[in-house]
Design a protein around this ligand. Structure first.
Ligand SMILES: [Zn+2]
Length: 390
């Protein structure tokens, strides 16, 4: 692969933006990057391709740790071809690393889906699998079929982990359920992320789960007991504990931008992870869809259960989540980029390889135009074809 120099770029680094910067890509890796404005370029091999970026921003490729679908396809049926379509769709929006999220279903179906999707993890298309449900609270089940919910019995967890053959990276669960805390312990021992979510847990119960190793809050504020000043609930416990990373669906709808601002103020960009929680309709448009076993209607980009009013995932893409952080919540671009890449990479244990524009890391890059829209994407140093913008 010929090496590539990006010249005259605004490099978005974790602690700030380097104007008039440059970045060298060789063999799929970032091998050098300017650390200060106007720093002289390295001596280049004459075969190096040089791209003049005219001051456009370069951010690290986005890492989406919670996504169900997009581009008219879904992870939730376990169909490998559809899953590859989802991955391609989001890659065109700058997501160079993603974890596929399933939804509540019959145990045998989830087991089957996990088995099917594990091949895409082994092929490097997905970074892992996330099981959202069935180990969640009936009171906070959102767009999950309440008839199929169950307690996280250790034997059941082991069965699903076995089906994934090491590819299940995260399981969302409600720690207050029977076996809930044992499940957190078991997952922690197995090096699987126990994510607290879809939960009616109290503050004390959540603190206990965090103490036993639960390091992630699943779409914090959504589908969990709300904050009350005498019962601060899971939200407060998750935001105040330094070892926890808090996911947020940043579409301007799931969480009000001022509350997104509150999350950043409370936990900082290094502990807030932007996620899409996107479903099949992302990038497609309004209409009738299915999520797991439930019917969903999408109107004006809002996905809700046909039966009831519950939000049923989003139609968000990560570039949009980043823009919303900057434009709606007033988060500085460097911080928003940390939350779109480095923080979720750290949650997934991948921050040594991806998540920032640092020498030695994989050359996963997104060039943004002046409106913070995706102009080009590189994954492992290779240019990704961008589909026509929606
Ligand atoms: Zn979800």
């Amino acid at each position: 692969m010929p090496s590539l120099l990006l010249r005259n770029a605004s490099l978005v680094l974790p602690d700030g933006i380097v104007e008039r910067g440059w970045l060298l890509v060789e063999d799929g890796l970032i091998t050098a990057a300017a650390a200060a404005p106007g720093q002289p370029e390295p001596d280049l091999d004459p075969r190096t391709a040089v791209h003049e970026l005219a001051g456009r921003h370069v951010v690290p490729g986005f890492v989406d740790m919670h996504v169900h679908g997009g581009g008219g396809a879904t992870f939730t049926t376990g169909d490998a071809e559809q899953a590859a379509t989802v991955a391609r769709f989001h890659l065109g929006h700058g997501t160079t690393t993603m974890v596929a999220s399933t939804v509540t279903g019959e145990l045998s179906d989830i087991e089957h889906h996990v088995g099917e999707l594990s091949g895409l993890v082994q092929d490097g298309i997905l970074a892992g699998l996330h099981l959202e449900g069935p180990f969640i609270s009936k009171a906070r089940c959102g767009a999950h079929d309440p008839a199929l919910l169950r307690a996280p019995e250790p034997a059941v967890l082991r069965r699903l982990l076995r089906a994934g053959a090491g590819t299940v990276r995260m399981i969302t669960l409600a720690p207050e359920l029977e076996h809930g805390l044992d499940a957190v312990r078991l997952l922690t021992e197995e090096n699987v992320i126990a994510a607290v979510g879809h939960t009616d847990a109290t503050y004390a119960q959540t603190r206990e789960a965090i103490g036993l190793g639960a390091p992630v809050g699943t779409h914090v504020f959504n589908a969990m007991r709300p904050v009350h000043h005498r019962e601060p609930g899971p939200v407060t416990a998750l935001l105040e504990q330094d070892q926890v990373i808090a996911e947020v669906v940043n579409d301007g709808l799931h969480v009000h931008p001022s509350v997104v601002g509150l999350m950043f103020a409370a936990a900082g960009a290094h502990r807030v992870a932007l996620i899409t929680d996107a479903m099949v309709a992302a990038g497609v448009g309004d209409g009738e869809y299915v999520l797991g076993s439930l019917n969903v209607q999408v109107r004006d980009g809002e996905a809700r259960l046909a039966d009831g009013d519950s939000l049923a995932g989003s139609t968000l893409t990560m570039d949009n989540a980043l823009r919303n952080a900057v434009r709606l919540a007033g988060i500085p671009l460097a911080d928003a980029a940390v939350s779109a890449s480095l923080t979720p990479a750290r949650a997934l244990g991948l921050a040594d390889r991806i998540g920032s524009l640092e020498a030695g890391k994989q050359a996963d890059l997104v060039v943004l135009d002046e409106d913070l829209r995706v102009a080009s994407v590189l994954r492992k140093g290779e240019r990704v074809e961008i589909p026509s913008p929606f």
